[in-house]
Design a binder for this molecule. Structure first.
Ligand code: PCD
Length: 806
């Protein structure tokens, strides 16, 4: 028996399957500079494109003169809206049902908007030539404050649609209004508020920021005039969707478009949308018949291709005196910039903002979102969150702290009192979701024990007394956040993009010698998919992960998929992978039965083989079965061993977590130091614990950034501030706190391997945790809600406002 057990343990270990801390196979090339990115592409005859951009936030274009630019040696062409218009390409459709200017025609609507595209022999010439394009603008009054967007006398921004009073999501109340979206029971919620013992109301601003992958957005388009085929390489988180969009807007048949996303240097939501640069490189290549490359610089990236957040959330809670939450009411003013180019599933103009009741059993709720246009860049991407979940969690997790303070109750205790209980799952939330599984009380208890919450509060009480006595100038804050994410978009009934249901796919092919290639509809940008999908297959099929190659990002070879964002790869494509593997396994069983001359039902699976029940020495390994599948398949069974699965998830998955932050703030300088940050995550079954830890570190670092300083701000003229790393806070190892990670495991009941997503969780939970820590530090001084970002300058101002500086 001992021998058999060690043998089984050895065989299991050899697979490096699920649950094992397998080293990331892609890092072998990444750490040696052998990754292959879009900008590494050098094609014969390739030209380079660069944009002429508007210095104004809002202006009429009086004239564009390209003659000086065209005269510069090395310049091949200069495209303007006038060139694109006859092709119907001066506007492109957005994922949110709006249109967006590819090159500005009569007006520019935000600073750095694309006005002309210069194509030249090299990047430097193209860049020089952009300065020779003479554009005459007539400046117009601009709107940077979304609260002024719908004033009666506000300047009309979108003249192209000013008469269109019904938008993609219903009636528009004003020419600068995009949509109104509501969900929940308004009457019942209002009734609860009218009668409640205690209510709170706070304007919570989740400020505008931007994902900042190290690699910016870029593309290379190569049109073959003879074959009529277009190959488009690009930094695409969703290559198949890009292929469909290119086909729809160019009129090229989809099978003649080859979209390839090579290695990608980070995405974080920035690379989901379709951008003017992609369109212009494609048009340039079609017109000129040679490849055209477009590569964004850092300023262009931060100021044009997408933005995140910019939600102004009036958040209200109603509760009993002893802290039972009775209702929630939220109004969001959503600043979507100049065009509604939000990357959300079609039916969700405000993403999954209606997850805002969070981890709590709140009987009634009502959410209303108004989207408005302003003179800012468009986008509205899910920056490390599943479609506005960071905003939603920020709203509830700040609001609950405000309520705790008003009730004079401990914030952890208030949460525990209102948690959805383990036995309530599947739980139907007041705003329409069905949470698949959770055990919040257990997670919270583990977290509180781990950080010794009681001792921290005692220490804080002492420090506060000492501060009042003037013995210290340091404030101590304890931040808590208990979040519920919603990832894995999504069931067809809820989620589609351009009418395509949000399934995902996997195709697995086993070669005669037992090695494997598997292709997915998703696309890693650094997450480690080449490592982890192989681990799923290894466990399911008993083939060592090292013998399995994962390929993504080539629309010619991969099955159609909706891509990687919203932490959907594990919940959707991960499920497809397991299901495809199980199809293969079923066929393998038939082959094994034939080989062993027994009935299929007499076989049982054992790690990497089928063995005869009761006769463990009679078996066929998966490797032997693979050979047989090609060499001597059973009669009437087709040869080969492969399968494809398109997985339509029955529900989303709901990962959750308990985060705690301990922060010390110097009131005189406003400098905040994170003393401890503890993050407990529950993402169901864990495929690769080491990768999960890395994901949590990354997500927390981006949460730290957003909460503590990262921001895209505009001045009154619509000048974008913070469009370079001089002004935009991107934490390095120097500023980043040390992270402590932990976990519980509550599998998803509907996912074939019980896994939920995890990539975004730390961001979603992290932002409110930091903000709560800061707010908690000042809470005993009656500071009121302190808005993010909490950089030293702003915290110093809080000290000024409170008269703490003497
Ligand atoms: N996992 C495991 N287990 C579990 C889960 C998960 O292991 N349970 C792992 C996987 O496999 C992978 C990762 O982890 O690898 C992740 O996953 P997920 O969660 O599923 O996710 P995905 O889909 O894959 O991804 C996505 C995400 C996102 S969304 C984001 S932002 C970010 C994250 O991811 N990004 C990034 N992370 C990251 N990392 C890196 N490195 N980079 C990047 O870019 Mo959005 O919506 O887009 O915003």
């Amino acid at each position: 028996q001992v021998k058999i057990d060690t043998d089984r343990a050895e065989r299991t270990e050899k697979l490096q399957g699920m649950g094992c801390k397998r080293k990331r196979v892609e890092d072998i090339r990444f750490t040696q500079g052998k990754g292959s990115y879009v900008d590494d592409l050098k094609l014969p005859g390739m030209l380079f494109g660069d944009f002429v951009r508007s210095p104004h936030a809002h202006a009429r274009i009086v004239s564009i003169d390209t003659s000086r630019a065209k005269a510069l040696p090395g310049v091949i062409a200069v495209l303007t809206a006038a060139d694109l218009k006859p092709l119907g390409l001066h506007y492109m459709p957005t994922l949110a049902g709006d249109v967006q200017a590819v090159l500005a025609e009569e007006k520019v609507l935000f600073q750095n908007q694309e006005v002309a595209f210069v194509i030249a022999e090299d990047r430097y010439i193209a860049s020089d030539a952009t300065e020779l394009v003479d554009v005459v603008y007539e400046a117009l009054p601009c709107i940077v404050d979304p609260f002024k967007s719908m004033l009666p006398d506000a300047p009309i921004l979108r003249e192209d649609i000013q008469d269109k009073m019904v938008g993609a999501h219903g009636p528009r109340k004003h020419p600068n209004h995009i949509f109104e979206w509501q969900i929940g029971d308004k009457q019942a919620t209002d009734d609860v508020f009218a009668k409640a013992d205690v209510t709170i109301k706070e304007m919570l601003v989740d400020h505008r920021t931007h994902p900042s992958p190290l690699e910016t957005c870029q593309s290379v388009a190569s049109f073959d005039k003879v074959k009529g085929e277009l190959t488009l390489w690009g930094t695409f988180q969703a290559p198949h969707v890009i292929r469909t969009v290119v086909s729809l807007i160019s009129g090229l048949p989809e099978h003649k478009i080859h979209v390839i996303a090579p290695d990608i240097g980070g995405g974080f939501g920035n690379k989901v949308g379709a951008y003017a640069g992609y369109v212009c490189s494609v048009v340039g290549s079609i017109v000129l018949g040679v490849p055209v490359k477009w590569v964004e610089d850092r300023m262009e990236n931060l100021s044009t291709t997408s933005f995140a957040r910019d939600y102004h959330m009036t958040t209200e809670l109603a509760a009993t005196k002893d802290g039972k939450i009775l209702g929630m009411r939220v109004h969001v003013l959503a600043d979507h910039g100049a065009f509604d180019a939000c990357a959300d599933p079609s039916k969700w103009p405000a993403g999954f903002m209606n997850i805002c009741t969070g981890s709590y059993d709140i009987p009634v709720a009502h959410l209303l979102v108004d989207g408005v246009y302003t003179n800012k860049a468009s986008g509205g991407v899910a920056y490390r969150c599943s479609f506005r979940v960071t905003e939603a969690v920020f709203a509830i997790e700040r609001a609950i702290e405000v309520l705790a303070q008003k009730l004079g109750m401990d914030a952890a205790e208030l949460r525990i009192k209102n948690f959805i209980k383990a036995e309530q799952f599947p739980y139907h939330s007041a705003l329409g979701w069905e949470y698949d599984s959770g055990d919040y009380h257990t997670a919270m208890k583990k977290a509180m024990d781990a950080i010794d919450y009681k001792a921290l509060r005692a220490e804080q009480a002492e420090k506060r007394e000492a501060f009042k006595r003037g013995e210290t100038r340091e404030l101590m804050g304890i931040g808590i956040s208990f979040f519920t994410e919603i990832v894995g978009a999504g069931p067809a009934k809820n989620c589609d993009i351009l009418g395509i249901a949000m399934f995902d796919s996997a195709e697995i092919r086993i070669h005669p010698t037992g090695s494997v290639i598997a292709r997915m509809g998703t696309k890693s940008q650094g997450q480690g998919h080449e490592t982890t999908y192989a681990q799923i297959i290894a466990t399911e099929l008993g083939i060592p992960a090292d013998d399995i190659m994962i390929e993504e990002g080539n629309t010619d070879t991969a099955p159609y998929g909706l891509g990687t964002y919203g932490s959907r790869s594990t919940p959707v494509a991960g499920a497809a992978t397991a299901v495809a593997a199980r199809k293969i396994k079923a066929k393998a069983q038939m082959i094994a039965a034939h080989m062993l001359e027994v009935h299929e039902g007499d076989l049982e699976w054992d790690i990497d083989r089928f063995r005869v029940k009761g006769l463990p020495e009679k078996f066929k390994t998966m490797k032997e079965i693979a050979w047989s599948a090609y060499n001597a398949p059973p009669p009437n069974l087709e040869p080969g061993l492969e399968a494809v699965n398109y997985y339509e998830p029955p529900n989303m998955t709901y990962p959750f977590g308990a985060y705690f932050c301990v922060m010390d703030i110097d009131v005189d300088t406003g400098v905040a130091k994170t003393r401890r940050f503890y993050a407990l995550d529950d993402c169901g079954t864990r495929i690769n614990p080491m990768i999960i830890e890395g994901q949590v570190h990354g997500g927390l670092t981006e949460a730290f950034a957003c909460a503590m300083g990262q921001e895209i701000r505009y001045d009154e003229m619509g000048n974008v501030m913070g469009a370079s790393f001089m002004d935009f806070f991107l934490p390095t190892a120097v500023e980043t706190p040390k992270w402590e990670t932990d976990f519980t495991v509550t599998p998803s009941p509907h996912h074939p391997i019980g896994a939920k997503g995890v990539g975004e969780s730390p961001h979603v939970g992290g932002v409110p945790c930091f903000s709560n820590a800061v707010n908690d530090a000042y809470a005993f001084l009656d500071a009121g809600h302190i808005q993010m970002p909490h950089d030293a300058w702003r915290l110093w101002q809080v000290g000024e406002r409170l008269g703490l500086h003497g």
